[in-house]
Design a protein around this ligand. Structure first.
Ligand SMILES: Cc1cc2nc3c(=O)[nH]c(=O)nc-3n(C[C@H](O)[C@H](O)[C@H](O)COP(=O)(O)OP(=O)(O)OC[C@H]3O[C@@H](n4cnc5c(N)ncnc54)[C@H](O)[C@@H]3O)c2cc1C
Length: 233
């Protein structure tokens, strides 16, 4: 088995290495470049994201026709490793959780019109996203089949009631993927929905403190008390 990276992937890996070395690692040592949660502050982040875009190192996991780099998962493994030499690294290249996983899921399963509305702004770096699955005990965690958050169908809308916890990035996310129970079917009872933070019927109950640097938007507890999601989402 050949474990060598193709020359063009090795080139990207080395460019990420140099970018992290020259532009990102120095900011870890500069407290004036940090936000109040010890993450990279928005202003230097904006500059570095623009620089990564200009150098063709942006959203490498996304298809080229959507403005990404079109890399497969093997190539991305090498790139993630280089980006993660700094805790500030992945977000500068638009490859940080939760946007990274959310983009990959939407790219794989969303309809074209959904990709245009919900995915493209995340790829472009205009919006951040969050994935809301975990619930406080005794709800879903390692075992999503314990899901307590319910979505009830009313006409062409779904009404959401429940609570989610540890939702990374929720305080800054505009687009959310929400997992809720739509039936008691043990295999097909859960459904993923898309909603926008400006919709009424939900709120952030609290931001859960953690040790060390915190993701932008923190790790939040969310309450859903009648959020209405159109069936098409
Ligand atoms: C920093 C951070 C960020 C997070 N971000 C998100 C996010 O963005 N979105 C989101 O939805 N969730 C998020 N989570 C939640 C995370 O997905 C859950 O913590 C994880 O799925 C585990 O669920 P739980 O905490 O309820 O633990 P539990 O499922 O209650 O597990 C507790 C313990 O029991 C063990 N255990 C569980 N089931 C079994 C079993 N069947 N057999 C043996 N052992 C078992 C587990 O290994 C663990 O040690 C985040 C968590 C953290 C800490």
């Amino acid at each position: 088995m050949d474990f060598q990276l193709a020359p063009e992937i090795e080139d990207i890996r080395l460019r990420i290495h140099d970018f992290v070395e020259q532009h990102i690692l120095p900011l870890e040592l500069d407290p004036t470049a940090h936000d109040e949660h010890e993450n990279i502050a928005e202003e230097p982040l904006r500059d570095l994201r623009a620089m990564a875009k200009a150098e063709g190192l942006w959203a490498l996991q996304m298809p080229k026709q959507r403005g990404g780099g079109g890399l497969n998962i093997v190539a991305m493994a090498a790139c993630y490793e280089e980006m993660n030499r700094s805790i500030f690294g992945p977000v500068c290249f638009n490859s940080a959780a939760p946007d990274d996983g959310n983009m990959i899921v939407l790219e794989k399963v969303a309809r074209d019109d959904q990709k245009e509305r919900w995915l493209q702004p995340i790829i472009d770096g205009e919006m951040r996203s969050a994935f809301a699955m975990t619930e406080p005990a005794p709800g879903a965690g390692s075992d999503p089949s314990l899901m307590l958050t319910r979505a009830e169908k009313k006409g062409d809308r779904w009404i959401i009631h429940g609570c989610k916890t540890f939702i990374t990035g929720a305080a800054v996310a505009q687009h959310f993927i929400l997992i809720a129970r739509t039936s008691d079917d043990t295999r097909k009872g859960l459904t993923a929905f898309l909603f926008d933070r400006d919709q009424p019927g939900w709120h952030i109950e609290r931001r859960i403190p953690i040790m060390g640097p915190e993701e932008h938007g923190g790790h939040c507890e969310l309450i859903f008390d009648g959020l209405e999601i159109p069936d098409e989402n």
